[in-house]
Design a protein around this ligand. Structure first.
Ligand code: HEM
Ligand code: HEM
Length: 147
């Protein structure tokens, strides 16, 4: 029996995984440092230098990640949509649609964190952004494995 597969072009898969891994690593480092040693550890606490470096790298990875999502939106999504009808991959359709929405949610909450978040809601927005990011990564693992 033929095993149908809908693979990503290797450089696109590598860009997606590398940017995703760097986003998670820098986000988790920021949370750990901010709330233990840095400006989130007490009312008079000062920012730790690692916080700024984690966010500089996080921003770099975010641009690369959005580029990867754009590439995937142009090729993989429409092709996968058509293929999944033919091969009854309904699991990939629903998880793929979720991945598209969560990708948009990450871009929107990231934008709000950078440009708008007032101090009163910033911590909650940061936690929400990071939690959705981790859920997106888990969903991607399930989507990838196939139905
Ligand atoms: C495409 C995906 C993502 C985009 C576009 C994105 C974008 C951003 C942006 C623009 C910021 C604000 C940077 C700043 O204030 O200097 C930010 C902060 C942050 N991101 Fe992401 N991010 C993404 C994925 C993730 C993931 C997967 C995690 C998982 C741990 C994460 C965790 C965080 C954390 C903890 C912060 C700091 C929150 C705060 O300031 O309270 N991000 N992100
Ligand atoms: C409605 C939208 C989407 C559809 C219909 C779809 C469909 C598919 C299908 C049919 C497969 C093949 C599974 C297999 O061979 O068992 C697949 C694999 C995959 N998809 Fe999607 N997908 C969608 C959106 C996305 C998005 C937004 C991402 C990235 C965030 C993504 C990342 C992947 C990855 C990494 C694989 C594994 C391919 C590889 O290892 O080369 N997909 N998708």
């Amino acid at each position: 029996m033929t095993r149908h597969a809908h693979r990503l072009i290797p450089w696109q898969r590598r860009t997606l995984y590398a940017s995703g891994a760097l986003l998670i690593a820098t986000g988790v480092v920021w949370l750990a440092v901010h709330y233990s040693l840095g400006s989130g550890s007490g009312p008079d606490a000062l920012p730790h230098p690692l916080e700024a470096w984690a966010m500089r790298l996080h921003g770099l990875a975010a641009y690369a990640g959005l580029f990867a999502l754009g590439v995937i939106a142009a090729g993989h999504v429409p092709q996968g949509w058509r293929l999944s009808a033919r091969h009854r991959w309904s699991h990939q359709r629903s998880s793929g649609l979720m991945l598209c929405s969560l990708g948009a949610a990450m871009a929107l909450t990231g934008y709000l964190l950078y440009y708008f978040a007032p101090e009163s809601i910033r911590p909650a927005l940061g936690w929400a952004h990071a939690s959705v990011g981790l859920i997106t990564a888990l969903l991607l693992l399930g989507h990838r494995r196939g139905a």
